[in-house]
Write a protein that binds this ligand. Sequence first.
Ligand code: BGN
Length: 370
Amino acid sequence: MTRLMLGRTLERICKGILLLCLVHFAIMMILYWDVYIQRFDIFNRFNTRNYSRMSHFFNFSKPNSTLPTLGIASDHFLASEKSEANVTTEKPLPPCPDVPPGLVGRLLIEFSTPMTQERLRKENPDVKEGGRYSPPDCKARQKVAIIIPYRNREHHLKYWLHYLHPILRRQKIDYGIYIINQHGDDTFNRAKLLNIGYKEVLKDADYDCFIFSDVDLIPMDDRNLYHCYDQPRHFAIAMDKFGFRLPYAGYFGGVSGLNKTQFLKINGFPNEYWGWGGEDDDIYNRITLNGMKVSRPDVKIGRYRMIKHDRDKHNEPNPQRFTKIQNTKITMHRDGMNSLQYHLIETVRYPLYTNITVDIGKPPPRPPRG
Ligand code: BGN
């Protein structure tokens, strides 16, 4: 009898505790629901997941914003986060050291590990929408836009993002990644895409330094610092495909960087090199003709691996390049930023980069022979 009573009492106590827990949980949910929605942006995430299933693999997820419209909302979100942070940390950040302390030097670069969007996102939790990052513990001296001319190279872009984001983070660079995507199938025009990049990224932030990088080039040493220098910089000086040497003294291809003054002094890059080759030599000519010199890292540090690929369609060697590079002195004044024309199709921010798609037109018809 007493056992039975004891059992019942225990059962009641347990039920009571369970009920209390449920009530407590319900109150918590009511109190924090609003905070959860705002803080973790629950509805947005739900939509994002649905979208990513439908979208093309490499677009990662639903683009949260385009620059002209939703970008404003996203800036607002960042701004409110910043003001929260200001309440707790009032001290301004110290300037970043000239030599970042966390560099590791020579890197192992390979392209056989499968690269997935989940992996890329996990590796880069601190990168903000659109591929923006600034060091949390110091104020970088320059704001760097990395501009990549692009068409149909998803495979390369994955590896580029996989290697470059962590390198740039260790280098304590304040940066944004911008893909300038040539729309359509007409002849590729690398230098014109780079000019467009310069113009478009300045709509996004007040960048001081512009680094122009091919999507298939990965630095093999993180001491090759991605910022601008007193003179226009050539970074990719020792590529594997050239036996880790400069192929010729005036080579300026692959990865280069200019600050605003240097870029505007040469009227930007030529818009009239359609197809492969010569545009980098024209840029080199512009630099030297305007009294500047090219600055380069040590040959042991400026090493690069190129991701192997077949020649792109619609990027055949440009037969006019040989004569064109003879005329830079004349053409640079009329062909460049002062003559740039294109049509912006869309700007979309993805988690690890901003994608700017543009219609750049096509080469002018060749005059008939004879
Ligand atoms: C050069 C190309 C560059 C290219 C390098 C490396 C020309 C102009 C006529 C001499 N220049 O020969 O554009 O980056 O090779 O591949 O073709």
